[in-house]
Ligand binder design. Structure first.
Ligand code: ADP
Ligand code: ASP
Ligand code: MG
Length: 407
């Protein structure tokens, strides 16, 4: 007997037949004697629609009301799945974030989980009842519903697994595991039997949305046994695990992309202490995440330029706030581009093998793809390029590093 958290994403609960299919999967675990807590997302497309409505009514909307709207998709699916389970003879009960309660911080729209009081859920699991938990949502200190950022149900699932000390957390999705790159744009992508936490963290933060980045960090911290699987087949999935257990050793483990980036250059800033702190302070106050940052060396020690990348959805807000500070910061002008993609090559083997950056840059130059900004970490190299070249870049790099072949 094991205690398991199963998380089903939007496509897996995308219509009533799929919800019935999920119920059958849950039932077979229950019949095998396992205690099961299920975390579900909203039906595919629902959250996008809700976000769109919020934007249309108020582009600069109140984040508390945004959460009131976008959290509703999961309320529907927990209810439907609970009924589907009850119909096939499985004792099940739905749980919204505030009912557990799953407590978060006050950052509406991108809240962090602070605590899950899981006593009641554990009691019910021990009595044989399935807990059907709404992903993506919690309750903020102001007593209002909060949401965890797009893709947040993965994080709900891992956090719940940690809180109830589950033996496993299985993430069921529309692909049967983690691939060397997004199989949607590279048909030759290869499924990995396992991937290290570190690589998965870098892949996710570089745009591979198969797992939300924070869910990977949380699983790593709380030693959650994490696995990505398909809700449509019984194929074995991908284990996310510690490096010592890793069998496969390749030069590069994967390629990730994020095609929804933007870039801002602040031109002609005074080259003196405190300026960068002010710019990024303003952005932090707006809860805008900045990714890559480069400051060009000033030739005359008087003026400099700072370029940084951010999510495309945050561009408008960032430009408007920085423009308001033009006089205070004494810069000459802002240049921005919303058609940017970030391409990243990831692999722990980079620690010991050289030449990976060189090869990456060669491949992009052979395809005439201009690199606008470059950044590296111990196990990742990322570049910004024009978004139109995203697929070409991913496919060419995947071929060049022969990721379709096993080590
Ligand atoms: P869910 O709704 O189940 O949470 P998501 O759409 O959030 O599913 O994530 C699954 C998708 O992630 C896949 O359909 C795939 O297109 C995409 N993806 C991106 N990179 C990868 C990768 N390296 N391996 C697997 N899937 C990936
Ligand atoms: N429904 C939410 C979203 O689409 C959360 C999730 O699916 O993980 O972002
Ligand atoms: Mg997801």
């Amino acid at each position: 007997m094991a205690r398991i958290v199963q998380k089903f994403g939007g496509t897996s609960v995308g219509d009533l037949d799929r919800i019935r299919n999920v119920a059958q999967r849950v039932k077979s675990c229950v019949e095998a004697g396992d205690e099961v807590a299920v975390v579900v997302s909203a039906m595919a497309g629902t959250t996008n629609q809700l976000v769109e409505w919020a934007k249309q009514v108020g582009p600069m909307h109140d984040a508390r009301e945004y959460d009131a709207i976008v959290s509703t998709g999961e309320q529907v699916t927990v209810g439907l799945l609970s009924i589907a389970l009850q119909n096939i003879g499985v004792d099940a009960r739905s749980w919204l974030g505030w009912q557990i309660p799953l407590r978060t911080d006050e950052v509406h729209g991108a809240a962090r989980i602070e605590e899950i009081q899981a006593d009641e859920i554990i009691k019910r699991l021990e009595q044989g009842q399935v807990a059907v938990v709404a992903g993506f949502q919690g309750i903020a200190p102001d007593g209002r519903i909060s949401t965890l950022g797009r893709g947040g149900s993965d994080t709900s699932a891992v956090a719940l697994a940690a809180a109830i000390q589950a033996d496993r957390c299985d993430i069921y999705t529309d692909v049967d595991g983690v691939y060397t790159t997004d199989p949607r744009i590279m048909p030759k992508a290869r499924k990995l039997d396992s991937i290290t936490f570190e690589e998965m963290l870098e892949m996710a933060s570089a745009g591979a949305k198969v797992l939300q980045t924070r869910s990977v960090a949380m699983a790593m911290r709380h030693h959650v046994n994490l696995q990505v699987r398909s809700s449509f087949t019984d194929a074995p999935g991908t284990l996310v695990q510690n490096e010592e257990k890793q069998m496969e050793k390749q030069k590069v483990s994967g390629i990730a992309y994020s095609a929804e980036e933007a870039k801002i250059t602040v031109v002609g800033l005074p080259d003196k202490p405190g300026i960068a702190a002010k710019i990024f302070g303003v952005l932090a106050d707006l809860h805008i995440n900045v990714d890559m940052i480069v400051q060009s060396a000033s030739a005359d020690l008087q003026k400099t330029d700072i370029t940084f990348s951010l999510a495309r959805i945050d561009l408008e807000k960032a430009v408007s706030d920085l423009t308001n500070l033009k006089d205070e910061l004494a810069f000459e002008r802002l240049v921005h581009d919303n058609n940017i993609a970030k391409i990243s090559v990831i692999g722990t083997a980079m620690r010991t093998q050289s030449g990976i950056a060189k090869r990456m840059f060669e491949v992009l130059s052979e395809k005439q793809i201009n690199m606008q900004v470059i950044s590296t970490s111990e196990i990742k190299i990322s570049v910004l390029i024009q978004a139109d070249y995203t697929e070409l870049a991913v496919r060419s790099l995947h071929d060049a590093f022969e990721l379709d072949k096993i080590g």
